[in-house]
Ligand binder design. Structure first.
Ligand code: PEP
Length: 259
């Protein structure tokens, strides 16, 4: 694990799955399966609708909450959007720049950087997602893409604010495909992210940055990423919708710290 962060971070992104009632039942079941570990931080990201009821249900020592997105204006005539200021106090983290936001909803770095800024302004820690498409990977552009996304997303973040940032390396071709990246790919990407952050914010910031891997993480491959140099946690999509699989992944993070 990187120098000053001593907790693995496991984030479950439920995407557009489960209604409010189902989310409540799910988190109740999860709370029975997941033990509180001082060395593992567990975060779930339900639909916006379920954030409030789930927040009343959870014990914050056991789970923290993330939003899957947010809007960067604090309030106003933005029909259908949810702002960081509305999420303030409700969530600890916000997933920003997820590949589905970038590719399905055509979010650009300009939007993403405004969202990162809005999250920080409202006391919410951004989980900034970066990662290349299959096409970019085949063209040997992985490092450049990641660097551009980091520079684009972090453009307005000061050195003081940077301590609130987590970066998730999520190769687009690995998300929801079952075609997970090799741990060595994750290691190389993490190294390149830290190098870039060192360049932008200095060595201390680079060392203390938490970097997650995401992309078809399952209960049977989670440990291999958690054991990978430079990887401090996981962003889990599909497998976070199974109480059993997600609990196994969290337990793997704890075992890793205690090996
Ligand atoms: C994700 O949603 O960020 C993700 C990595 O999904 P999956 O684990 O299903 O690939």
């Amino acid at each position: 694990m990187s120098a000053t962060n001593d907790k693995k971070l496991i984030v479950g992104n439920w995407k557009m799955n489960m209604n409010v009632h189902e989310s409540s039942i799910f988190v109740h079941k999860l709370s029975k399966e997941i033990a509180v570990h001082r060395d593992v931080e567990v975060v779930v990201a339900p639909t916006f609708l379920a954030l409030q009821p789930v927040s009343l249900q959870i014990e914050r020592r056991q789970f923290k909450l993330a939003s899957q997105n947010l809007y960067w204006r604090d309030h106003g005539a933005y029909t259908g959007e949810v702002s960081a200021s509305q999420l303030r106090g409700l969530v600890d983290y916000a997933i920003i720049g997820h590949s589905e936001r970038r590719h399905v909803f055509h979010e650009h770095d300009k939007d993403i950087r405004s969202k990162v800024q809005a999250a920080i302004r409202n006391g919410i820690k951004p989980i900034l997602c970066v990662g290349e498409t299959a096409h970019q990977r085949a063209a040997g552009e992985t490092t450049d893409v990641i660097h551009d996304q980091l520079i684009g997303g972090l453009a307005n973040v000061t050195s003081e604010e940077f301590s609130h940032i987590t970066v998730a390396y999520e190769p687009v071709w690995a998300i929801g495909t079952g075609n997970n990246a090799l741990p060595d790919d994750a290691k190389k990407a993490a190294r390149s992210i830290r190098r870039q952050i060192e360049h932008l914010y200095g060595r201390k910031s680079a060392e203390s940055l938490r970097i997650l891997y995401g992309g078809s993480v399952k209960s049977d491959n989670a440990a291999s990423y958690l054991a990978t140099e430079g990887i401090d946690g996981l962003l889990v999509g599909g497998a976070s919708l199974s109480v059993h699989d997600f609990s196994v992944i969290v337990a793997a993070a704890h075992d890793m710290e205690n090996d």
